[in-house]
Design a protein around this ligand. Structure first.
Ligand SMILES: *[C@@H]1O[C@H](CO)[C@@H](O)[C@H](O)[C@H]1NC(C)=O
Ligand SMILES: *[C@@H]1O[C@H](CO)[C@@H](O)[C@H](O)[C@H]1NC(C)=O
Ligand SMILES: *[C@@H]1O[C@H](CO)[C@@H](O)[C@H](O)[C@H]1NC(C)=O
Ligand SMILES: *[C@@H]1O[C@H](CO)[C@@H](O)[C@H](O)[C@H]1NC(C)=O
Ligand SMILES: [Ca+2]
Ligand SMILES: [Ca+2]
Length: 367
């Protein structure tokens, strides 16, 4: 399949059309008065097969996907934009395999150019059967932009057996209204990710609730008036230097330590090495590192199987439900890898590593 010889002006027009058509089909949008805080662009030559798009803070909407081909010709396919939007829209970080999306002739079209906008919002994911907790900082209120109870890919909430992950077009159109009514203008709120609440849009599929929301200063929101915070402890603040997320405080420390010394260092500060229990927390921790270090520096977190091989625990004692290990991990390589690290070689990659290695680390504590 060779590239068409469209001029770049024509092609950009086409890309815009594809964007608007793909948009309504996927039912992903933000209110039109929410403005982008930044734009991102990833240009890659065809040597790279896995590409990460990331909004340092906020969620993305992919705008265009173009291949640049020999003799300055440009190639674009509806399919590619759809695939990338499906994986990335309204997420903070996403990974795409360029082999999956390449429909233009790879021998002629040697680089891929993706543009996206970043909007100020939080993307929360809660697996079926659990309770979503949306929470804003002190003096802030929740504004819900979008929600879906169902399944849109086969990698989020992978706990079900494979057959329960097959339907990736499972949408419940009533979700935004339900979550908005329940949570808007509150400082925090909880929503059960259950079919008894949303109805069952696809029987036999293991579902999850996604909510995209923003926290806005309550003074800035004129009507309806924000309700008073009644939930005890929901709006405590973090000590200086710590960053609040989902009711806990996190800090990145760039000093290189072996895992046990890193854990002791966190304990000295009233906490433990960080734990995470959903994609939002994991993504937040990566973003925290990126913000502090300027790159996705490799770091220790609290996961470990030091006590009993293959029985993973968090050092803060919270329930260990993590499963999205990097491919082939944890492998207890060489018979002695009992500590969890993230950002291996700067990648979105969680693995077990030898506890005597030294890495930077992330601590968590209560507000
Ligand atoms: C966007 O518009 C809606 C009403 O259409 C309004 O309630 C909301 O406050 C606006 N948001 C911003 C960020 O201006
Ligand atoms: C998820 O979908 C991809 C692409 O459609 C497929 O290659 C992969 O095998 C699927 N994984 C599972 C667990 O079903
Ligand atoms: C997936 O679920 C939707 C309901 O949300 C249904 O319309 C669709 O037919 C299902 N697709 C498959 C492949 O089962
Ligand atoms: C990082 O850890 C070291 C060693 O425990 C400690 O001296 C330092 O204060 C920590 N830095 C921060 C920002 O907490
Ligand atoms: Ca081990
Ligand atoms: Ca390993």
């Amino acid at each position: 399949m060779l590239c068409s010889g469209l001029s770049s002006t024509l092609l950009l027009g086409a890309a815009y059309f594809l964007l608007t058509s793909g948009f309504s089909r996927a039912q992903l949008s933000l209110p039109s008065n929410v403005t982008a805080i930044s734009t991102g662009r990833v240009i890659t030559f065809n040597v790279i097969s896995v590409l990460q798009l990331s909004c340092g803070s906020g969620v993305m909407i992919v705008q265009s996907v173009l291949y640049r081909c020999a003799d300055k010709e440009i190639c674009s396919r509806l399919h590619d934009l759809d695939v990338i939007k499906k994986s990335c829209d309204l997420k903070e970080v996403c990974e795409i395999n360029t082999n999956m999306v390449r429909t233009c002739d790879p021998s002629v079209c040697t680089y891929l150019d993706i543009t996206f906008n970043c909007f100020p919002a939080i993307h929360s994911v809660t697996c079926e059967g659990s309770q979503a907790k949306l929470q804003c900082g002190e003096g802030q209120v929740i504004v819900v932009y979008w929600a879906n109870y169902g399944r849109r890919d086969n990698t989020t909430c992978p706990d079900g057996n494979t057959a329960q992950l097959q339907n990736v077009t499972c949408l419940s159109p009533g979700s935004p209204e339900y979550v908005t009514n329940r949570c808007n203008w509150q400082n925090s709120c909880t929503v059960e990710a259950k079919s008894s609440v949303f109805g069952d849009p696809c029987v036999g599929t293991y579902k999850y609730l996604e909510v995209v929301y923003d926290c806005q200063e309550s003074e800035a929101t004129s009507s309806p008036p924000p309700t008073t915070v009644t939930e005890a402890g929901s709006s405590k603040t973090c000590p200086p230097g710590w960053t609040w997320f989902g009711g806990r405080c996190f800090i990145f420390n760039s000093s290189m330590k072996i895992w046990t010394d890193a854990e002791s260092s966190c304990e000295t500060l009233g906490g433990h090495l960080a734990s995470f229990h959903n994609t939002a927390e994991y993504t937040f921790i990566r973003k925290l590192i990126y913000t502090a270090a300027g790159s996705y520096t490799a770091a220790w977190v609290g996961g470990n199987d030091r006590e009993t091989e293959t029985v993973w625990m968090w050092s803060d004692g919270s329930k260990f439900n993590f499963r999205n290990w990097a491919r082939g991990q944890p492998d207890n390589y060489g018979g002695g890898e009992d500590c969890m690290m993230i950002n291996f070689r700067g990648q979105d990659h969680v693995s077990d590593a030898g506890c005597q290695r030294t890495y930077s680390f992330v601590c968590v504590r209560d507000p």
